[in-house]
Design a binder for this molecule. Structure first.
Ligand code: SF4
Ligand code: SF4
Length: 63
């Protein structure tokens, strides 16, 4: 299953990834950091990684 890793120091809480994920995987936590709230729905499409202007999110498809 693909995995999403968020660099919490780099994440600004802009919410772009939450809006752009085609399968609605991501949410902001109470500290306004992105996290995979529905990881089983991740398709490994890399859209969140490409759309994050802060380089804060990384999609890992192997392992
Ligand atoms: S797009 Fe990047 S900076 Fe914005 S909430 Fe998502 S991970 Fe954080
Ligand atoms: S890789 Fe695609 S499906 Fe997975 S969280 Fe990012 S945008 Fe959503």
């Amino acid at each position: 299953m693909p995995r999403v890793e968020v660099n919490e120091q780099a994440c600004t809480g802009c919410g772009v990834c939450v809006d752009t994920c085609p399968t609605d995987v991501l949410r902001l936590d109470p500290q306004e950091k992105a996290f995979a709230a529905y990881p089983a729905d991740c398709q490994g499409c890399f859209v969140c990684q490409w759309d994050c202007a802060y380089g804060a999110i990384r999609v890992v498809v192997n392992g």
